[in-house]
Write a protein that binds this ligand. Sequence first.
Ligand code: RB5
Length: 142
Amino acid sequence: MRIAVGTDHGGFGAKKELLEHLKKQGYEIADLGTQSEESCDYPDIAQEVAGAVAKGEYDLGILVCGTGIGMSLAANKIRGIRAALCTDTYSARMARMHNDSNILCLGARVTGLGLMLDIVDTYLSESFEGGRHARRVQKIES
Ligand code: RB5
């Protein structure tokens, strides 16, 4: 599975451990920025990751900012993207199973690193159930 990861300065501190955690599990990872703690604009990073996922260059994306809110708002402006801000593992599971979410958003100033990695693992281990949910997702897309 190919995963694009992006953070702004608010999520930058969590990125190193997140990338290591993903690599250890054998995922193919691309780090699409930011590359320092210097202040940057989260919509720019969201556009990089969401644009690449929408084009099919990656299977899924993970975006981290301070709250996860800005990243999810920005990513969901890209057609074909269903970004889900998750602060618990149940939501992460449902985001994949029911919403066919293709980008996970996390808030590094809200969610501790341990829980964040559990949320990531849950999100990546689930898949879309289809059925009645496919009709609903199709309605979002149209
Ligand atoms: C940056 O200070 C902060 O606004 C950003 O990381 C994010 O929380 C926005 O939603």
